[in-house]
Design a protein around this ligand. Structure first.
Ligand code: GAP
Length: 445
């Protein structure tokens, strides 16, 4: 993980937030390449979940919802972690994860000796961030930043049913920020307090729930493989009955082999009719499906839920490679071209040569209308290639002496390092085609 953190910082993908004020634990800001990569992850998810399907609609609900939403959902009562405080070092730990605790014990007067933590009894700590709505701060203005996007979907079930004229099976998808006051955040972006969730609630006739649950596990697993994660680094782990959330009739984690070990990348849950029933009860608005033939039922819900942060880390971890080429070490990030923040670099071989610069700039201006591409004329060509390798740019077009003679350029492939010559006028069509080509990771299965 240290290598990924350092690469992200060095190349401006992600850096610690509020750094000039000393940072704010486990909060990160995304730089240019981080933003571009996140945009790609979000739009490829949306493409697969909404754009390419007949049975899906999108929604974008508010972050601050009516506080009763979180009573109905069970979050006010149950979205808690057991917490203990240390009376000596004043740190807080999850009572069920004491083995992971990084103790802040102060050394005693005797060198080499550390004071033990003096732990309080465990108490329940709610993970929702509280805020107040309006100018008066009292219990009537108390509200929460959403800890998941899912509830914004359930409370809009009736709107979608009526206005989008849907009948089960159909889904509602949402992408947006969620907030959790995690007690033990960490491992870079893996567990943060502010993250971008991509959730989809799929409403089905109860009798079909099991089949759709299996369907969505497969769909999501295939999506990860399609965008470059090796199958050997993914597995599906079904929760035991004790592990399941209060709403769940069945949950499977799609796990990835992160540097911290196998951990949850995405969760797929069969939430049964828990949410629609609870919101019916709390809001007194009936949330059910009524067919034209009078058939009536509360749909079951299948939910694939993931954060962009967990996908971002998994993709970088799996794509990261170090190798020796011509006796020089290179770091290369073998991202799927659709995920890569920059699709191609346009490089004049000699940055001070006006003819090369002129041709390179006009190629760049042509390509950037369609794709995110980068122009770079600073420094030795080898260094410029290495920089592009580290940000995962799949192709580099170089304008050299021969270009000035015969209007051809070289294209360099990030993974194989193969170079071929192309007519300058054909570069745009070549790149369009190359980015559409099916891609498999050169790292194998
Ligand atoms: N609506 C169901 C739900 O929110 P969850 O398992 O608590 O379920 C779903 O979260 C997904 O959100 C996780 O699989 C993970 O990808 C992501 N996630 C949850 N907490 C996170 C955190 N603190 N930091 C980053 N991602 C997180």
């Amino acid at each position: 993980m240290d290598k990924i953190v350092s690469l992200c910082r060095r190349r401006g993908f992600v850096f610690p937030s509020s750094e000039i004020y000393g940072g704010l634990g486990s909060t990160y800001d995304y730089g240019h390449y981080g933003v571009l990569t996140k945009n790609n992850i979000r739009s490829l998810w949306f493409q697969a979940m909404v754009q390419e399907r007949d049975d899906m609609v999108a929604i974008d609900s508010a972050i601050i919802l009516h506080p009763r939403v979180w009573e109905a959902s069970g979050h006010v009562e149950g979205f808690t972690d057991p917490l203990v405080d240390c009376r000596t070092c004043k740190l807080r730990f999850r009572a069920d994860k004491l083995e992971d605790a990084q103790c802040g014990n102060k050394p005693s007067k005797h060198p080499g000796e550390w004071r033990e933590c003096d732990l309080t009894e465990a108490r329940q700590f709610n993970l929702m961030f509280e805020t107040s709505v309006g100018p008066v701060q009292d219990s009537s203005s108390k509200a929460y930043l959403r800890p998941e996007t899912a509830q914004g979907i359930f409370i809009n079930f009736k709107n979608v049913l009526q206005l989008a004229r849907r009948r089960p099976p159909f889904g509602i998808a949402q992408v947006g920020k969620s907030f959790r006051n995690e007690i033990t955040p960490g491992n870079f972006l893996f567990r943060v307090r502010e993250f971008e969730q991509m959730e989809m609630e799929f409403f089905v006739p109860p009798a079909d729930a099991e089949r759709w649950y299996r369907y969505w596990i497969d769909e999501r697993l295939n999506w990860y493989v399609k965008y470059g994660l090796r199958r050997s680094q993914l597995r599906v782990r079904e929760h035991t009955a004790e592990e399941r959330s209060h709403y769940s009739q069945g949950t499977s984690d799609i796990e990835f082999l992160y540097p911290i070990g196998w951990s949850e990348l995405e969760g797929v849950a069969n939430r049964g009719d828990y949410d629609l029933t609870r919101h019916t009860e709390f809001s007194t608005t009936k949330l059910e499906y009524v067919g034209s033939d009078g058939e009536r039922y509360v749909p079951y819900v299948i939910e694939p839920a993931v954060s962009i942060e967990r996908i971002f880390v998994a993709l970088l971890v799996d794509a990261y490679d170090e190798e020796v080429v011509a006796e020089r070490e290179r770091t290369v990030v073998r991202l799927h071209p659709a995920i890569a923040p920059v699709k191609a670099a346009i490089l004049p071989l000699i940055g001070r040569n006006e003819d090369m610069v002129g041709r390179a700039r006009s190629l760049y201006e042509e390509l950037r209308r369609q794709h995110i591409v980068e122009y770079d004329d600073g420094g030795a060509i080898g260094r410029r290639y290495r920089r592009q390798d580290e940000i995962g740019t799949p192709f580099a077009f170089t304008i050299d002496e021969q270009t000035l003679e015969d209007d051809t350029v070289t294209v360099r492939d990030r993974d194989s390092l193969a170079q071929e010559r192309l007519p300058l006028s054909g570069v745009r069509a070549w790149l369009d085609e190359a980015l559409e080509r099916p891609w498999t990771t050169p790292k194998g299965d």
